[in-house]
Design a protein around this ligand. Structure first.
Ligand SMILES: [Cu+2]
Length: 179
C-alpha cells in the first residue's frame, strides 16, 4: 500500500521538476552546443564578478578571506540537504563558508540566482562530468572540507545549490537572505 502510494507520488513530482526546469531554460533544452556557450558565459560572468570591476552581479562578488566579517559552517550530506539551508547575512558582509562533505557522494555548493542555478542543474543532466572552477562554487569529494569566501553587495536573495546530477532536483538547495 505504501509502495503504490510512492509509485504514484514520485513520478508526479519528477514531472513537475522537469517541467519547471524546461520552463526556466527553454532555448537550451534541446541544444547541447548552446548549453556549452551558456556555460562559458556563466564562467565569464563569475570571473568578471570576482574582479569587482564595476561588474558585480546581483549575487555579489568573490570575497577576500582576510576581510571576512563572519564564518558560516555548511554541512553537506547524502540526504541531499545543506545544513543550514537558510541563513541571513547583512549587505556588505564577507562570509567565509567552511563547507564540509559528510557524505559518501561528491557534492558541491554553488551560489547563484534561482534561475541561473535551475538552468545550470538542467545542463548538468547532459554533461555530468562538468566541474565548476568558478569563484562562486566549491566541489567536494567525500570527507573533504573547503572554503568559499563571498562578498554580499546587494540586499535581496542569493540561492545556493548542489549541481551534481539529480541533487538539485532532490532538493539540495538553500537560500541566503541579504538584509
Ligand atoms: Cu549534492
Amino acid at each position: 500500500m505504501i509502495r503504490s502510494h510512492l509509485a504514484r507520488a514520485i513520478p508526479a513530482q519528477l514531472a513537475l521538476c522537469a517541467a519547471s526546469l524546461m520552463f526556466a531554460a527553454p532555448a537550451f533544452a534541446d541544444d547541447p552546443h548552446a548549453m556549452h556557450m551558456q556555460q562559458a558565459q556563466h564562467a565569464q560572468q563569475a570571473r568578471h564578478a570576482s574582479h569587482g570591476s564595476g561588474g558585480a552581479t546581483a549575487i555579489g562578488e568573490a570575497g577576500d578571506e582576510a576581510r571576512a566579517t563572519r564564518t558560516v559552517d555548511v554541512d553537506m550530506r547524502d540526504t541531499m540537504r545543506f545544513s543550514p539551508a537558510t541563513l541571513t547575512v547583512r549587505r556588505g558582509d564577507t562570509v567565509r563558508f567552511v563547507v564540509t562533505n559528510s557524505g559518501k557522494l561528491r557534492h558541491e555548493m554553488m551560489l547563484g540566482t534561482s534561475a541561473s542555478l535551475a538552468e545550470h542543474a538542467k545542463m548538468m543532466q547532459t554533461t555530468p562530468g562538468m566541474s565548476h572552477e568558478e569563484p562562486n562554487a566549491v566541489t567536494l569529494e567525500p570527507g573533504e572540507r573547503k572554503t568559499l569566501v563571498w562578498h554580499f553587495t546587494q540586499p535581496g536573495t542569493v540561492d545556493f545549490a548542489c549541481l551534481e546530477p539529480g541533487h538539485f532536483e532532490a532538493g539540495m538547495r538553500g537560500v541566503i537572505n541579504v538584509r
